[in-house]
Write a protein of this length. Structure first.
Length: 689
């Protein structure tokens, strides 16, 4: 197999705060993929950097009474320490505030100017009503102008993934003062990316560079119409690189220089290793792979390819996009203690736990992943400790004196079955379907453990004449264990290193899983991994709560953070209709909730409350539903709307016809009925989880 040359990046963490477990989804996901590629014999670089520019950095430095450089240096050291604690191994970790990045920004800007893609325009922007300072997008929160979700930042919505300007938010509030911002005017520089529309349409819709749902989202939300010019500047004062020819009055917006930071960090690595930068960013032999979250797909899949194309650099071979992290089914919460900093996690729990759990949850799609803390404990204990590590600990003690058998014994084909699984496991890693890879690997463990249990070497060792048989059994068990660890090595590098110490052979290549070890010594087994202690999880949660409370008191966080209090939600509805009896998860999943589109709606003259709806579940699938919403909705206003329906209810014979389901709504009835909606991007037939 020909070796590939691959440049891999993860999104640059912003240097205005510490790393938390939500961030780690991406960096661990990327690290696993890079380690897999290196284990396969490919030349692969993992490049990252701190994203260091913007008004937020300037304000944080002022609050710390230090320079911006001092602030970002301190934050970079903390970030690198956190990443190292989770075995995330970058080949180079740079900073966007570097001479290499400034040089490349000038070059790419020059290319955009040379092709006539830059223009100026006076724009309306938001300023803090108390300080008078310009507010960056992330310093404004309000209601999404597209899907109406509350508490969204001023650049994009984490509910419907819409992008917009802070000026477009409904009821915006400054997160600095907690007050509504005021509007003002300033000159901004724009890039005309509509000139590259044809190229971007072809690149995004090729079926090769993006997941299908990403390509469809870009087509349906942006590429179906002319692209808006991209605002790439901010007026002084601003911490960043000033735009040439503006006398220090205009600076590149952070989203212009941040992705160029991938290239700058690569340039630093090349200079340190005597390599040619163009071999990595201008060579057809190099694949560029980006790993990002779904909240920044707009920038990475439209603006960034446009910049690279204009300047003549390599386009991404693939942009791998993942979903968000929830904890116990909810958004991470400082109040609940589930907004856990990386450093706090490391005080209480082994990083190997998190690396494996994330791998077991991550698929190749954009689905959010949920960290259920009970499942976290059970999954790690059942798989890593009980199935994998225990296999080694039980077998190694019987051959610490003799070592492995000189020839590999008959194992009934178990090792060959494991070797044959190599391609399927590799394909799962390659496509970022780590959850499938973990399932395939655990299937090997599920075959290895019964072999060892049935052979019962602890019984045979009582008979001296069975010494060779005991050695053979343990030789098989330890080789099956090592084979499993070869496949798991990208996920749990610490355990892979301990395996190398135990068996005297480092895991250096994917094909190590094809050949068993024989005749080699086995070291005295030393502890590898303990079970997860629920007390440690709780201690982590409690410390996170304390940290959040202390930060809120110190920073005097505005009341806007408490959404319920700010909106004045009443307890009346819950008191009027108390919660139903608790049901099990199995009870809940029996109800098949689906997104449906209203394709027709008509009055039922004989009924006071009913409208007759025809719902589409996609394709030719149609359902008729009689809904008691007549007093709240006009039939003509419903056609085309997406609703949520209970799709597997038994049909109900009514006077007016057969009702084949139920739509979901809240309210007390009559005019007080509110149908549950579906955010933009939902599609008929999708299951509601």
């Amino acid at each position: 197999m020909t070796s590939r040359q691959i440049l891999v990046t993860a999104a640059l963490p912003y240097a205005n705060g510490p790393i938390h477990i939500g961030h780690l989804v991406e960096y661990i996901q990327t690290d696993i993929w890079v380690r897999f590629q290196k284990l396969r014999g490919n030349r692969c670089l993992y490049i990252c950097a701190d994203d260091t520019h913007g008004t937020a950095i300037m304000k944080s430095a002022r609050q710390r009474n230090c320079t911006e450089q001092q602030f970002i240096d301190e934050m970079q050291a903390a970030h690198q320490q956190d990443f190292s604690g989770f075995d995330v191994a970058f080949d180079n970790y740079g900073s966007t505030h570097s001479p290499e990045n400034r040089e490349l920004c000038h070059e790419i800007w020059g290319s955009l100017e040379a092709q006539g893609l830059i223009r100026q325009q006076v724009v309306v922007e938001l300023f803090d009503s108390q300080s008078g300072e310009s507010l960056p997008d992330r310093f404004v929160m309000g209601t999404c102008p597209k899907c109406k979700s509350p508490d969204q930042y001023g650049d994009n919505c984490d509910k419907c993934s819409a992008t917009y300007s802070a000026i477009d938010l409904i009821d915006p509030v400054s997160t600095t003062s907690g007050e509504p911002p005021v509007q003002g005017e300033a000159v901004h520089y724009f890039v005309n990316i509509e000139a590259l529309h044809e190229f971007l349409d072809e690149w995004t819709q090729s079926g090769h560079h993006l997941q299908d749902e990403v390509a469809n989202y870009l087509k349906g939300h942006f590429l179906h119409e002319p692209l808006r010019d991209w605002d790439v500047s901010r007026p002084a004062p601003y911490f960043g690189f000033d735009i040439p020819g503006t006398d220090g009055q205009h600076f590149w917006y952070v989203w212009f220089d941040a992705p160029i930071g991938y290239m700058a960090s690569t340039k630093q690595w090349c200079e340190r290793h005597g390599e040619d930068f163009n071999d990595w960013w201008k060579s057809s032999q190099t694949e560029v792979h980006h790993f990002i979250g779904k909240d920044i797909q707009y920038f990475h899949c439209l603006f960034w390819p446009a910049m690279l194309k204009t300047a003549g650099y390599n386009l991404p071979e693939k942009v791998h996009i993942h979903g968000f992290l929830t904890v116990n089914g909810r958004k991470m919460s400082k109040r609940d203690g589930t907004f856990v900093m990386a450093a706090t996690y490391l005080k209480h729990l082994n990083p190997t736990y998190l690396r494996y759990y994330y791998a077991a949850k991550l698929g190749s799609r954009l689905d959010d992943i949920d960290m259920n803390l009970d499942e976290f404990q059970a999954k790690v204990d059942a798989d890593l400790v009980n199935k994998v590590v225990n296999l080694a600990s039980r077998a190694a003690k019987f051959v610490a004196d003799t070592g492995l058998s000189a020839a590999y014994p008959d194992d009934g084909g178990l090792f060959q079955q494991g070797a044959a699984a190599s391609d399927a496991i590799a394909e799962a890693y390659e496509t970022c379907n780590y959850s499938r890879a973990m399932r395939l690997i655990m299937e090997l463990a599920d075959r290895a453990n019964p072999y060892f249990d049935d052979a019962a070497p602890w019984v045979l060792r009582k008979d001296p004449e069975q010494a060779d048989r005991v050695q053979d059994i343990c030789t098989v068990a330890l080789n099956l264990y090592r084979q499993i660890m070869v496949y798991l090595a990208p996920v749990v590098p610490e355990l892979a290193d301990k395996t190398a110490t135990l068996l005297g052979q480092p895991i250096t290549h994917w094909d190590d899983a094809q050949t068993p070890l024989t005749g080699s010594p086995v070291a005295t087994f030393k502890h590898m991994l303990k079970r997860v202690d629920a007390k440690d999880i709780q201690a982590m949660i409690e410390e996170s709560k304390e940290q959040a409370a202390a930060a809120a008191e110190t920073n005097n966080e505005p009341a806007v953070a408490d959404v319920a209090a700010a909106t004045g939600d009443s307890a009346g509805p819950l008191q009027a209709e108390p919660l139903a009896e608790q049901c099990t998860f199995d009870d809940f999943v029996k109800v098949d909730l689906r997104v449906a589109r209203v394709v027709s709606a008509e009055d039922v003259p004989e009924a006071n409350k009913l409208l007759k709806l025809t719902l589409s579940l996609g394709g030719e699938e149609r359902r008729t539903v009689f809904a008691g919403i007549k007093q709240a909705y006009q039939p003509e206003d419903l056609v085309g709307r997406l609703v949520v329906m209970a799709a597997n209810l038994a049909p109900r014979k009514m006077k007016f016809g057969l009702s084949e389901g139920m739509i979901l709504a809240s309210g007390g009835g009559g005019k007080e009925v509110f149908m549950l909606g579906v955010d933009e991007g939902g599609q008929p037939g999708q299951r509601v989880h």
